[in-house]
Design a protein around this ligand. Structure first.
Ligand code: HEC
Length: 219
């Protein structure tokens, strides 16, 4: 084999390796799927793999003030949420998708789209082997909420909520980790989620003030 032919072979080899690598990486990307993704009815699909997104912070036992006060139709839901949160100290663990984090770190703005996932866990203090003498840890998952900034979201069927930059979702069955769909909060409830976030969260509907990883960027 002449030197020239060997060189051609090695160039082809490098080319093939590069092709194989890019096919592999693009497959990895499409598997994790760029969030957010929706069903044909316009419901948000459960963000997949969020456990490996950027963890922005964890809060324990936060209950919210009624500001703005909920409309009478929302009173029952507000009471239920507040009772659940006040009775039990619960953990809120919050994640952001890595693309949105990178954009926020560079510009201090949340891009369109941005997805934030909040998992709610009981604060457990009992374990099988009684080693703990004090303190609490993340027990059972009892809630799963998602905030999405996305102006290109498909309309929700059959009744699209009013257009909004941010939309709020709650998990159908937060106790079932295999449940794959997230239902959109009903339009009247979305306004309620929206109102508090918009009025009190420190940056573009997001509670940056409570998340050390994002706070660092904004300071
Ligand atoms: C009265 C105020 C208030 C209302 C109403 C409210 N939230 Fe929040 N939300 C908060 C606060 C405060 C946080 C900060 C972090 C925490 O709770 O740990 C938060 C955080 C979140 C987060 C984490 C990401 C982010 O935006 O910072 C999600 C997701 C979320 N809320 C979803 C909802 C949904 C869904 C509803 C309506 C069903 C709702 N919220 C209604 C006050 C509110």
């Amino acid at each position: 084999m002449t030197r020239r032919i060997r060189t051609v072979y090695s160039i082809i080899g490098v080319g093939l390796a590069t092709l194989a690598w890019s096919a592999f990486t693009s497959r990895v990307e499409s598997q994790s799927g760029a969030p957010p993704q929706y069903t044909a009815q316009g419901e948000l699909k459960l963000p997949v793999g969020f456990e490996s997104w950027v963890f922005v912070g964890s809060n324990l036992g936060m209950a919210y003030r009624r500001d703005p006060p909920p409309a009478p139709a929302m009173m029952a839901m507000t009471n239920a949420r507040e009772t659940a949160r006040a009775d039990a100290q619960v953990f809120h663990n919050v994640y952001i998708n890595p693309e949105a984090y990178a954009h926020f770190a560079a510009t201090k703005e949340f891009p369109d789209p941005t997805v934030l996932v909040m998992e709610v866990f009981t604060a457990a203090d009992k374990q099988q082997q009684p080693v703990l003498s004090t303190g609490v840890f993340n027990g059972e998952r009892i809630g799963f909420e998602v905030a999405v900034k996305d102006t290109r979201r498909p309309p929700l069927q059959p009744a699209p909520p009013p257009p909004a930059v941010w939309q709020y979702y709650t998990f159908q069955d937060p106790t079932d980790p295999k449940s794959t769909l997230v239902t959109v909060v009903k339009p009247e409830e979305t306004g309620f989620c929206q109102a508090c976030h918009q009025k009190h969260a420190s940056k573009d509907n997001v509670w940056v003030q409570f998340y050390p990883t994002l706070r660092k960027v904004q300071q």
